[in-house]
Design a protein around this ligand. Structure first.
Ligand SMILES: [Mg+2]
Length: 232
């Protein structure tokens, strides 16, 4: 695989940037700050659990172009709070604003992220392809101190199309001056990253730290970023 590979595209959220850890830390801080316990949300752990599920559903809708960025940002907390019987749109709105401000500044990455980026950076040209928001993703890359490893950072906002659409991969290849046969895509999302890359003719590597049973197409899988070193 490595002989003719010159470019590596990475997904960011849940591939390099540890979304669950960073999101949970932020929710914990804001839970205290907004005094949610006294407002009726008695369990922080349950709130985190519910939020992650609701957020995931909203992201699926956003990715499918069924809701806007604004809807995503305001409704996910409103729905989380309503689950606990707290009907307060203003509270949810303000909570959501602070969440967007604080969470991208969190620094948790998956194990070996720095080491593997250091290693790959010396051998390949590295880039990001993400469906996340332009301003947020740059903040994450800077805060986690990994932005210097990447040549191009392609966001769906900049490209005008989201993964898994073929258009964002074509845009990315053009942007970095790469041929699809000289490129691989590494990501955690089966639809967006793996099927998207396959449709665009780019070889995928499935980052699967929780060992979900997805092994169609004989796609290469890793459960730890350090495993990339065995074939790249
Ligand atoms: Mg991801």
């Amino acid at each position: 695989m490595h002989n003719n590979i010159y470019h590596i595209f990475f997904d960011l959220d849940k591939t390099l940037w540890d979304f669950e850890t960073n999101s949970s830390q932020t929710l914990e801080e804001l839970y205290q700050k907004f005094e949610l316990k006294s407002k009726g949300i008695t369990s922080l752990d349950e709130m985190i659990d519910i939020y992650l599920k609701i957020n995931k559903r909203y992201w699926t809708l956003y990715t499918a172009n069924k809701i806007s960025k604004e809807d995503l940002r305001t409704q996910r907390f409103n729905e989380t709070f309503e689950y606990f019987g707290v009907f307060n749109k203003e509270l949810a709105f303000n909570f959501g604003l602070e969440y967007i401000e604080i969470s991208p500044k969190k620094k948790a990455l998956y194990p070996f992220a720095h080491q593997i980026l250091e290693y790959l950076h010396a051998k390949y040209k590295l880039h990001i392809i993400t469906n996340g928001f332009e301003e947020v993703q740059y903040t994450k890359l800077k805060s986690a101190n990994i932005i210097h490893f990447f040549n191009e950072i392609i966001t769906s906002e900049k490209a005008g199309v989201k993964k898994p659409e073929i258009g964002i991969y074509e845009y990315a290849l053009k942007q970095v001056g790469a041929k699809k046969e000289n490129t691989i895509m590494i990501g955690d999302d089966w639809e967006a990253d793996i099927l998207g890359a396959i449709n665009a003719g780019i070889a995928p590597v499935y980052f699967n730290p929780k060992n979900n049973s997805k092994n169609d197409y004989n796609v290469k899988q890793i459960s730890c970023l350090s495993h990339l070193k065995t074939f790249l």
